[in-house]
Design a protein around this ligand. Structure first.
Ligand code: FAD
Ligand code: FO1
Length: 450
């Protein structure tokens, strides 16, 4: 394991019992540094390795769309782990309520967890740590360069973060060792997980339906990557920003749920035969932009509200708070795509119907909410809420950073001052029309409605 990929939230000598990997963000058996680290520790102590997942009752308002995708992935994962002699335990409830009891029952000697910069996971970690004595090691299995190694502070923008990250990529982007068939077997009887019953018993909002596509799980994630490498990557640089083309990879749901490792994606892209510009454009998004979002959420607890914005932008938005807004829409009108703007309505419908809005339209979609709600605070709140309700990749650092970039100039520079937006970058329907064949985009979204 390369050096500081794991940090000790609580040190001390691991006990004689099994190593437990508390899985949360990185829901996969392959290419998972947290699982590999846990196995390494278990091998050294010659003890069994267990994986536990705490199925929270209400994870940041997630609904059936998200839980359905996640549970199907976990079900596949249970099988993959069991073939490696690693039992999988599905605990029901929030980790601080259920994990300490599990650690006690299994007489665990060490707890390993994966890294997540969001407030909820940090609260979970300290909640768990306050209720058990055993050492807790956190491994960043999501970022190529561990968040704390990439930078010790909140970065101002991509240009300040990029050189730091790039210096460290050769050190951390290395081939994954194989997950071994674990030689130290857990002998106690395992309770069968009745996945259908678990799914039926979920007390979540069922009004947002599950999707037929994309298919969930680690295997499906790998297939999606293979398909992108075969036919999408080469034209990524040219097509990715154009809403009338399907030029993006579609990997974000797999990356969000950790069913696919970003490092695996980066390794495969590096060795693909795609043109250098296409590889560079993709790596910029996958590595720099994605890991910059984790940097932001890790170092700024206000990642989903106005206080998280840079000073210049907050001041400028404040100055324009009372500017007359030509259209004001209530949340329900926005949710039901009932604005005067066909492009915006199409973007909203694309998100509701497919669980994934085109990346370029996400910027336009969020910026218009600054124009069409009463205040910047309301714009951010509405954007976060709609994004996290319908996007399959929602409640992710990328989403919070993307919304604050669009509405509040995060990681951006000041632009020419104008009404409502102040110095925050503006986007217009005319701009979309001038750049892209928007009628093709509208037709594609309309076809989804049927
Ligand atoms: P590709 O273009 O194929 O990129 C590959 C990967 O690179 C993505 O899966 C993602 O992990 C990363 N990436 C690409 N663009 C960005 C970006 N701008 N910032 C950070 N990482 C990026 N992304 C989410 O994962 N979840 C969200 O909830 C989310 N909400 C957003 C909301 C707004 C308002 C904006 C402006 C952006 C948001 N993004 C979000 C970032 C980006 O739009 C999506 O990651 C991207 O569109 C996902 O599609 P893809 O996997 O096909 O992307
Ligand atoms: N992580 C958990 O540990 N337990 C959960 O029950 C859980 C539910 C969940 C639902 C939707 C969703 O988008 C994410 C969910 N996650 C859960 C966490 C997730 O895997 C990630 O760790 C974060 O969302 C990272 O941004």
């Amino acid at each position: 394991m390369n050096g500081d990929r794991a940090v000790r939230m609580r040190g001390g000598e691991p006990g004689a019992g099994p190593v437990v990997y508390w899985m949360s963000r990185d829901q996969r058996a392959l290419d998972n540094w947290a699982l590999l680290y846990a196995q390494d520790m278990a091998m050294k102590k010659k003890v069994p390795l267990l994986v536990s997942f705490s199925l929270a009752n209400d994870y940041l308002g997630a609904n059936l769309r998200h839980y359905g995708f996640m549970l199907k992935g976990l079900r596949e994962l249970e099988g993959a782990l069991s073939r490696k002699n690693i039992p999988f335990f599905l605990l029901r409830g929030n980790p601080p309520d259920v994990l300490p009891g599990f650690l006690h029952r299994t007489r665990a000697g060490l707890l390993v967890c994966d890294f997540n910069p969001l407030r909820i996971k940090k609260e979970w970690e300290s909640g768990v740590a306050s209720k058990t004595e055993i050492p807790l090691h956190v491994v960043d299995a999501h970022n190529v360069v561990p968040c704390w190694a990439a930078s010790l502070k909140q970065e101002y923008a991509a240009y300040t973060f990029r050189p730091k990250l790039k210096r460290l990529i050769p050190r951390y982007l290395v081939a994954f060792p194989r997950l071994k068939k674990h030689p130290h077997i857990w002998r106690e009887r395992l309770k069968t997980i009745r996945w259908e019953a678990v799914s039926r018993s979920l007390d979540v909002d069922r009004s947002v339906s599950e999707l037929l596509r994309p298919a969930p799980g680690e295997n499906a994630g790998r297939k999606a990557l293979a398909a992108f490498l075969a036919s999408g990557l080469a034209r990524y640089e040219r097509d990715r920003n154009d809403p009338s083309k399907e030029g993006q990879s579609g990997l974000s749901p797999y990356l969000h749920f950790g069913q696919l490792s970003a490092a695996r994606v980066a390794l495969e892209v590096q060795k693909s035969g795609a043109p250098a510009e296409a590889r560079a454009a993709f790596m910029e998004e996958l590595l720099v932009r994605r890991e910059l979002s984790d940097n932001f959420c890790h170092y700024n607890p206000d990642y989903d509200n106005l206080n998280g914005l840079p000073e210049w932008a907050r001041r400028s938005l404040d100055k324009h708070r009372r500017d007359r807004r030509p259209h004001i829409y209530a949340r329900a009108e926005l949710e039901n795509a009932r604005t005067h703007d066909p492009f915006w309505n199409a973007a909203q419908k694309e998100m509701v119907n497919t669980g994934k809005m085109h990346g370029y339209m996400r910027m336009y979609w969020a910026k218009k909410m600054l124009e069409w709600t009463e205040s910047p605070d309301e714009a951010i709140e509405t954007a976060v809420s709609l994004n996290d309700t319908y996007e399959l990749d929602g409640r992710d650092p990328n989403g919070y950073a993307g919304i604050l970039w669009s509405i509040g100039g995060l990681h951006d520079r000041a632009w020419k001052e104008r009404p409502i937006y102040g110095k925050v970058r503006y986007m217009s329907a005319a701009g979309l029309r001038a750049k892209f064949d928007m009628s093709t985009y509208l037709r594609r979204v309309e076809a989804l409605e049927g």
